[in-house]
Design a protein around this ligand. Structure first.
Ligand SMILES: Nc1nc2c(ncn2[C@@H]2O[C@H](COP(=O)(O)OP(=O)(O)OP(=O)(O)O)[C@@H](O)[C@H]2O)c(=O)[nH]1
Ligand SMILES: [Mg+2]
Length: 192
């Protein structure tokens, strides 16, 4: 699949904000600062499509993009950022569990971005469980594979595969482009 065209639609906070036209959606989940927006920018080869920032946790919206006029890409708010207020974190958690489970969300693939340098965290495990309980297909993306020790990265990828045998795990780097074609292939498979 070639990505020809990407357009921002809007930030979604509830069912009424979802796009009017039903199309398959691929959504990206992950702890704050794990690199969701960078992963998306690298995937669509736009420098600043999804806003990436070093100041995590300012929105609870799910940002929708239309790709090639045929599927939606969604960037969800980061979870598990310790420095945010408890109230704000709970708001994000509530919104994410609505989004994960809502039947009107045409979610074909949930990409859970983890930090390959540190491996799965409890907040990631909880998110994967919520998505799987809702019957969603989960792909684990081990981002930042360019950082740290190669051995640690490989171990963390293998651990994720062992812990979630139903999930495909892809090693990825938003910085070097590693894993981009694998991710594109996995997306092509689900959007049909
Ligand atoms: N070395 C390296 N750094 C990365 C990679 N991906 C993201 N980063 C850096 O990680 C930081 C966070 O990236 P973002 O894309 O803003 O992360 P996010 O998950 O969208 O953050 P929130 O939207 O705030 O939850 C930035 O400083 C990025 O440059 C990667 O693959 N390798
Ligand atoms: Mg982001």
């Amino acid at each position: 699949m070639e990505i020809r065209d990407v357009q921002f639609i809007r930030g979604v906070t509830g069912s009424e904000g979802l796009p009017e036209v039903d199309r398959p959606t691929v959504a990206f989940f992950g702890r704050s600062n794990v690199g969701k927006s960078s992963v998306i920018n690298a995937l669509v080869r736009r420098k600043d499509m999804a806003r990436s920032s070093s100041r995590p946790g300012r929105t609870t919206e799910v940002n929708y993009f239309s790709v090639n006029d045929s599927w939606y890409l969604a960037d969800t708010p980061g979870y598990g950022y310790a420095r945010l207020s408890k109230v704000f974190m709970e708001k994000i958690a509530k919104h994410l569990s609505w989004y994960a489970g809502a039947p009107e969300v045409t979610l074909r693939l949930a990409v859970v971005v983890i930090d390959a340098e540190i491996g799965l965290q409890d907040a990631d495990r909880e998110t994967i469980a919520v998505l799987q309980d809702a019957g969603r297909t989960v792909l684990i993306l081990g981002n930042k594979s360019d950082k740290g020790r190669r051995n640690d990265i490989s171990n963390h990828i293998r651990e994720a595969e062992r812990e979630f045998p139903d999930c495909r795990v892809i090693r990825y780097s938003a910085k070097t482009g590693e894993g981009r074609s694998d991710l594109l292939g996995a997306i092509s498979d689900v959007i049909g």
